[in-house]
Design a protein around this ligand. Structure first.
Ligand SMILES: [Zn+2]
Length: 297
């Protein structure tokens, strides 16, 4: 019989409170290495250059955030099919947490992939928002310049970054949202909100596995995933998310879309993994699977 590791309980509760119950967990864009993070060699100036040269149909500044006397734009880049030809609209959010770098690299490559004729993006209008949290990305931090977690801010919208995402969402009116994240678990998985159907979940997990990335058997709360690689919403999680919103005043991007019955996929690649290519490939495979699902409309 395995005994509950009670010794670890205070530490687990402290981490849970820090990541899920605290509105301003840090004093600024501090590094956060408690959970075995392998940072990739990400450089924000190089990211802006890559986005400037990426084959986008349009580039807009959604907002500018300032920190330490430096201004950092949050960009919205249009890719894939132009509106009259597009069958559906797909919104991709990269770098909501500034230290989860695979999604930022994936955003650059996604625009290249979407510009290649013959890809699924011939039928899908893409809006790529990157970097959602530029100050965090510049400082290798989960948090923004005020030490806030943007992916907890979709009730009160304290952060300029959260308001920028809201603006992109309201202007673009996506049929699906994919938010590119990373986490401390082994393997890759995707959180789906209540608007994700079984077929999309199945398509996603198959695409991620085929990209060469092992699927996670457990999410980072330790819940067993059925099927591996996919964490959907049960009645219990819907109730917990309701309490989170009502009592703590917190919600993630998944709930923003869920209110409109729009599917939102939060891709979580393993940040402990040194293999950057596998992390990036899994992110791209998840976005492509969402696009393929939408293209059947
Ligand atoms: Zn994240």
């Amino acid at each position: 019989m395995q005994l509950l590791p009670l010794r670890e309980l205070p530490q687990k509760l402290r981490l849970f409170a820090k990541y899920h119950l605290t509105h301003q967990p840090a004093r600024g864009p501090v590094a956060d290495d408690e959970l075995g993070h392998a940072l990739l060699p990400f450089d924000l100036a190089a990211h802006y250059r890559a986005l400037e040269h990426a084959p986008a149909r349009e580039r807009n500044e959604l907002a500018v955030v300032s920190y330490g006397g430096v201004d950092y734009p949050i960009l919205a880049l249009a890719g894939g099919a132009a509106p009259p030809r597009a069958r559906a609209r797909l919104l991709v959010l990269a770098g909501v947490h500034g230290n989860e770098h695979a999604g930022l690299f994936a955003a650059e490559r996604l625009l290249e992939e979407a510009a290649r004729p013959g890809s699924v993006y011939d039928h899908i209008e893409l809006c790529v928002v990157s970097p959602v949290n530029p100050v965090g990305a510049a400082h290798g931090s989960r948090y923004n310049g005020d030490g806030r977690d943007i992916n907890r801010d979709f009730v009160r919208l304290h952060t300029r970054e959260g308001r920028a995402v809201m603006r992109a969402y309201q202007r673009f009116r996506p049929h699906c949202v994919v938010s590119l994240h990373e986490g401390p678990q082994q393997g890759t998985f995707v959180f789906g909100n209540s608007a994700v159907d079984d077929e999309l979940a199945e398509r996603l997990t198959r695409a991620i596995a085929e990209s060469g990335a092992p699927l996670a058997a457990h999410d980072y709360f330790g819940r067993t995933l059925h099927p591996p690689g996919y964490a959907g919403q049960s009645r219990a999680t819907v109730a917990l998310l309701w309490l989170w919103r009502q009592l703590i005043g917190m919600a993630a991007t998944a709930e923003l879309a869920g209110r409109d019955h729009v599917a939102e996929l939060t891709v979580e690649t393993p940040w402990r993994l040194d293999d950057a290519e596998q992390r990036i490939a899994a992110q791209l495979a998840a976005v492509r699977a969402a696009a393929e699902h939408l293209a059947r409309r």
